[in-house]
Ligand binder design. Structure first.
Ligand SMILES: [Zn+2]
Length: 284
């Protein structure tokens, strides 16, 4: 017999796809709080709703740490725990069904007898990919998928790209003037650098950097701009710097060879230099 069939009729049975979207939006906002800390895992948020009230919420905070569902369940207060078995769980990504660094979240949901689960999008990771949904449904949990699906996929576009296309997610960033220039047509005699971006746009760029695994430039940019490619204007992780310099034209005293490791793709030699006192992640 289905262990969930004897539950008291829940008050929130009236949730529609529309109202589900607003709870999902809250879960999405929570998921984003994991940006920069969970890769290569996806960002995930979860909200547990009883009636019209959130009784628990959580997100995947740190790579290797508890999943969003676990974080959410841990947040439920003692006096609200009796409501769990009649609540609705909103989770931005399909709950996992495999033993990774943590036990399967699908089992957690079943054990707590949560009767309804609303899912943003399916997990493309081969060990999940529909198995979480299947496990929940087999246990009698009512599962609805595709709530704010596009947005739920979009926050994890790096993760989706990696698992479905087997390549890194890449984006291109440049600064340009309103009339479409990225540099003066003629370099000035003093070789003065023309600044297009300002303090605020620099800060946004540094924030973006903390959210990526690596940042890449070509040798010419390195020679002309001598960039540091650090995250000094925003708190967070330093991405690996990658330089494409076929003939090793960028001198050793340039900024790219200070403070943090830089991976140089070249056709001349292969060697490993000292690590500037950093660990593998490039942290001090
Ligand atoms: Zn999980």
């Amino acid at each position: 017999m289905n262990p969930l069939m004897n539950q008291q009729e829940p008050r929130s049975e009236s949730i529609t796809r529309e109202s589900a979207a607003s709870w999902m939006r809250h879960a999405l906002n929570l998921a984003r709080l994991g940006a920069g800390n969970v890769a290569p895992n996806p960002m995930v948020g979860a909200v547990l709703v009883a009636g019209e009230r959130i009784i628990g919420e959580g997100f995947h905070r740190q790579y290797g740490g508890p999943h969003a569902e676990v974080d959410c369940m841990n947040a439920v207060k003692e006096e609200d725990r009796h409501l769990i078995s009649s609540a609705d769980l909103f989770v931005t990504l399909e709950p996992c069904a495999h033993f990774g660094k943590t036990p399967p979240c699908a089992d957690l949901i079943i054990r707590h007898q949560i009767p309804r689960v609303w899912i943003g999008c399916r997990d493309p990771f081969p060990q999940v990919d529909g198995k979480g949904i299947e496990k929940l449904e087999k246990a009698g949990v009512k599962v609805t998928t595709g709530i704010l699906e596009q947005e739920c996929r979009d926050i994890n576009r790096r993760f989706f790209c990696f698992h479905t296309q087997k390549r890194p997610y890449i984006f291109l960033k440049w600064a340009q003037t309103a009339d479409g220039f990225i540099a003066p047509e003629q370099q000035s005699e003093t070789n003065e650098r023309l600044l297009i971006s300002n303090e605020w746009s620099n800060r946004i760029v540094h924030r973006w950097r903390t959210e990526e695994a690596a940042i890449l430039v070509g040798w010419k940019t390195a020679l002309v701009d001598n960039p540091q490619l650090t995250t000094r204007h925003w708190p967070g992780k330093q991405p690996l710097r990658i330089l494409i310099d076929r003939n090793l034209q960028v001198p050793d005293n340039y900024n790219l060879f200070h403070s943090f490791p830089t991976l140089v793709y070249n056709a001349v030699k292969s060697e490993k230099r000292k690590r500037y006192g950093m660990d593998k992640m490039g942290r001090r």
